[in-house]
Design a binder for this molecule. Sequence first.
Ligand SMILES: CC(C)(COP(=O)(O)OP(=O)(O)OC[C@H]1O[C@@H](n2cnc3c(N)ncnc32)[C@H](O)[C@@H]1OP(=O)(O)O)[C@@H](O)C(=O)NCCC(=O)NCCS
Length: 374
Amino acid sequence: MSQEIVISGGGLWNPEYTITNEELVEAYNAWAQKYNFEHAATIEAGTEDAKPYSSAEFVAKASGIKSRFVFCKDGVLDIDRMRPAFLERGDDELSQQAEMAVNAARIAMAEAKKTGRDIDAVIVSCAYTQRSYPAIAIEVQKELGIEGFGFDMLVACSAATFALQRAYEMVAAGTAKCVLAINPELTSPQVNYRDRDSHFIFGDVATATIVEKAETCTSEHSYEIVSTKAVTSFSNNIRSNFGYTSRATDADPYSADKLFHQAGRKVFKEVCPMAAKHIGEHIAQHDLSPNDISRWWLHQANINMNTLITKQLLGRVATVAEAPIVLDRYANTASAGSLIAFNLYHKDLKKGDYGLICSFGAGYSIGSLVLKKR
Ligand SMILES: CC(C)(COP(=O)(O)OP(=O)(O)OC[C@H]1O[C@@H](n2cnc3c(N)ncnc32)[C@H](O)[C@@H]1OP(=O)(O)O)[C@@H](O)C(=O)NCCC(=O)NCCS
């Protein structure tokens, strides 16, 4: 794999609706108050716990999140619903997730100066896909007039980095010339807005990236993919049990365990050292030290995780110029976080500067790419 392979364009698209911590906490607390009132007898008898109250200050301090984008705001803040109210689309209409994907893809294609005719493979990779088949990627392929092939893949928080790794390998192997890797992270339908510990974590967004050979790249800003590295290690600490077999069990297909849930403290303690070790080993493969990395485009789950990881690597906390944080505006967007940071903060890098994209989270899964500005 000696040929130079590059990222030649990125796209970031966010939905028009936002929900601030204050709005979210107000709705959650109103729901909790109503719940506790309606369950006063059992709570009083000690047979169930009262629902605890949330706080916007806690959320900002514990996570760094202040606001999030949502594809559909209707229903989320309605205390009698507490989930988005999507309109079901017909089979002949573009699905919601494909719509998000296409929006981000068009921006990435413009950045990379590509049309649908230049692209021959589409990967849609994210934490959840809206349906099992036909693949969202094939729907996107049709919408953008792309010939070749497309497929979906799921790797939770590392879906975006793992897709870029597959794109890199496909171009290197010659099975595709120009790959469009897209991450339509439609997380809000899987958020348990009735769970105080996780109701604030996620937002919706889509990112897209073009990967091709250096010889076909004509874009203004491009990055050599110096190398990629991935690791997974099974953990139940971040889990969603919803799946196509839900219908075949007698359990409630919409119960709390079927939605996102986590042991947040354990995740924090276990994933940070894993990610720091992984990154340190990856850059060392190129005789680079952490101080040689000009930009850290890190996963965006929690600001304190990023602080700890860069501190372990650099021996000091990275500045926001070195390791940008987008959590305040976007929240955790599953796999898209590191690519939001990339999309917003890469154009100032100079030729020869190194940058690192890294995701870490559910699975556990960690994926990284060492990039060099061309
Ligand atoms: C989720 C996370 C932000 C919670 O932060 P934390 O400081 O670990 O919070 P804890 O759940 O331990 O709770 C700390 C205290 O705040 C309280 N608390 C938790 N959620 C709260 C909320 N929404 N509002 C107010 N208080 C809250 C807890 O009850 C607890 O109180 P106690 O000390 O009296 O028991 C944190 O664990 C985390 O970021 N983990 C990383 C993993 C992650 O985000 N993964 C996402 C998927 S990749």
